[in-house]
Design a binder for this molecule. Sequence first.
Ligand code: SF4
Ligand code: SF4
Length: 346
Amino acid sequence: MLSTQLTIAKNLLLNSALSPKAKLTLLKRLYAYKKHSTGRTVIFDISHVCNGRCYFCQTGFANRNNTPCKSQSGKQFVEVDFFHKILKHLKEQNFLNDGTQLHLFNWFEPLLHPEFASIIKTATQENCLIGLSTNANVLPKLPSDFDASRVVLLIFSMCGFSQQSYDKIHQFDFEHIKHNVERIVKDFRNHGCVGEMYISFHLYQFNLHELQAAYEWAKQLHINICPTFAYINDGPRLLQFFKKELSMDYLQEVSNSLFMGMYTKIFHPTTSCSLMNNITIEMDGQCDLCCGLDEKIGNVFDMTPEKLARIHYESPTCKECMALGIPCLERGVHCNMQQLANAFHQ
Ligand code: SF4
Ligand code: SF4
């Protein structure tokens, strides 16, 4: 988060469209975040649908098999009033305060929400620091008074920098995605967003040669790029991988496309997991064990920080997960260009 804060501070000082008063307000917000930082993120999936068809993501895999994920209530998007009620509860329980971020995504696509602008307005009124991640296939409708000044993080998730790569993973039109990313960057900046924006570039065996072009493009857009080795972003199948229970077909795809060897290097049994600090909520108010596993643990209105800590402490799934070393995934997925070069020269 420190680098995010520095990026925001730099963007703030360089933004000539903001009045000195607005800059002061935003700087105070940053200071409050630093002072009260809890290390916790509130993860709230405002949608229960994604249009991507990414093979190694559990949502995309379900889409490819024509069995799209369904919420318990059967609804696809959180209602704005219900969202507001949950935010108030999260604040009362101190899950949300000046030192936490509210991420409006996990397994689904937030920009598909038909009332996306109202969701942001509500979170802004409740003084939240908002994080978003999008595949950029759909542009949200933004009213002229849209206020993006509380969006502190905006991630563009990309599976490469060519139509061939997009055909393999997201199955979107690549030029359309580029156009949308450019538009979203411009629109959010014009609406007061000084937060960090970056491309999460998923490295597959077939797209390493596309990274340089993506870097150049990100530079033109004045946003960052974070290359990340793609992995089995699918809780149940990741567990199966480590327990050597994956089907041969799936394993074949893994060995053709991913660098799971990079991960098996860093996994080791552990007794702690940073994800336990977070609370993960689905659009209908059900809480998941964590952002990586959608095992249901109860309704958000029954949840307190103490109860959540006890659930994690007693969870057999968490015990198995830590014994397998899966929480190490949090620390080792990102790489810079130098690490990438080193990895391939070893
Ligand atoms: S990785 Fe992202 S874009 Fe792809 S299916 Fe999963 S949620 Fe959708
Ligand atoms: S130990 Fe595993 S299952 Fe438990 S919170 Fe961490 S990543 Fe999730």
